[in-house]
Design a protein around this ligand. Structure first.
Ligand code: FAD
Length: 283
């Protein structure tokens, strides 16, 4: 191995059913021994997972040694409602928030802020800092946010989030390492010094990734499609997912990246294998 062992973190999403809850907790328990720096729990579009996100984060605090980061968005809620969620998190012992604007609820094309709500994530970050001295991570987009008119504008807004108190950015997933490296160049040239942690998505289901990528503005390169083309056996697909992500992580680490954030989609198998390939094993 010719790169240092990275610091890792994992993202989970809150479960919708008892069956999914069992799956999530199997994944959390399986990944806990890898000692991630933190684990984050997403917040559904439209704020619809408020209770489930809270429940999952609380369970992580009560039942594991992991440090949770709760995602929180501005969507479909007044400032007061969002602030209350944040106060509840603070009271429950949560000290790290991933502060996001969020996307419009399904079926609604354009984002419209709530009339009494936070309009952008930078406003949410400032609001959170008024409530408690949270550690705050925010989103960054190596291929720029789909609604942004330019990279420059996007990076200016990233600066606003940092000025408001964010100390880490986590990127949207990407498959071409070069996209991340070019983005980092732009970010550093703009004077941004905080860690911009690459988000790694193991491609557990190529078809779903194609669908989701079209919505979130991440490109799916032809070479990736070719790798999964003709693979029908689930074990072969999983092996390819691990191989692709491992290669990507190694390329990033060789370029000086020190932290990796894995979008686990509540699966432990792929992330465990990738981490093992990076010499991160259970302790
Ligand atoms: P913002 O930073 O508010 O930016 C949104 C858009 O507005 C951008 O185009 C930006 O350039 C522009 N903008 C920002 N500030 C201004 C300003 N002052 N004036 C004019 N324009 C401005 N979504 C969820 O619903 N739940 C989640 O849990 C979740 N987790 C995520 C985790 C990560 C790591 C990432 C990368 C994304 C996540 N998302 C989640 C998706 C995210 O909510 C969407 O991508 C959303 O569209 C943008 O969020 P943001 O925080 O970057 O928004």
């Amino acid at each position: 191995m010719n790169h240092p062992t990275p610091r890792i973190s994992f993202e989970f999403f809150p479960p919708k059913s008892t069956e999914m809850e069992t799956k999530l907790w199997d994944a959390i328990k399986a990944l806990e021994p890898l000692h991630p720096a933190f684990v984050s729990v997403t917040y559904g579009a439209g704020g619809g997972t408020r209770e489930r996100t809270h429940h999952t984060v609380k369970r992580i605090i009560q039942e594991t040694a992991l440090k949770p980061a709760a995602h929180l968005t501005c969507v479909a809620a007044s400032r007061e409602e969002v602030d209350q969620v944040a106060r509840d998190y603070w009271a429950a012992g949560v000290r790290h928030i991933v502060a996001l604007r969020g996307d419009p609820p399904q079926g609604i094309a354009n984002y419209m802020p709530h009339p009494e709500g936070y309009r952008y994530s930078s406003e949410l970050v400032a609001g959170l800092k008024r409530i408690g001295n949270f550690e705050i991570s925010v989103a960054a987009f190596p291929e720029k946010h789909p609604e942004s008119k330019s990279f420059e504008a996007d990076i200016d807004y990233l600066k606003q989030k940092i000025d408001a108190g964010a100390t880490r950015a986590i990127t949207q997933y990407f498959f071409d390492t070069e996209l991340y490296l070019r983005f980092i160049d732009r970010v550093r040239k703009a004077g941004i010094a905080i860690p911009v942690v690459p988000g790694i998505l193991p491609v557990g289901n190529f078809t779903q990734v194609v669908k989701f990528s079209a919505m979130c503005g991440a490109s799916v390169p032809q070479w990736l499609a070719q790798k999964f083309e003709g693979l029908a056996d689930p074990a072969a697909k999983n092996a390819m997912a691990v191989s692709v992500a491992l290669e990507q992580c190694r390329a990033l680490l060789t370029q000086g990246v020190t932290d990796l954030h894995f979008y686990t989609l509540n699966r432990a198998d792929l992330t465990t294998a990738i981490c093992k390939g990076l010499s991160i094993t259970s302790k």
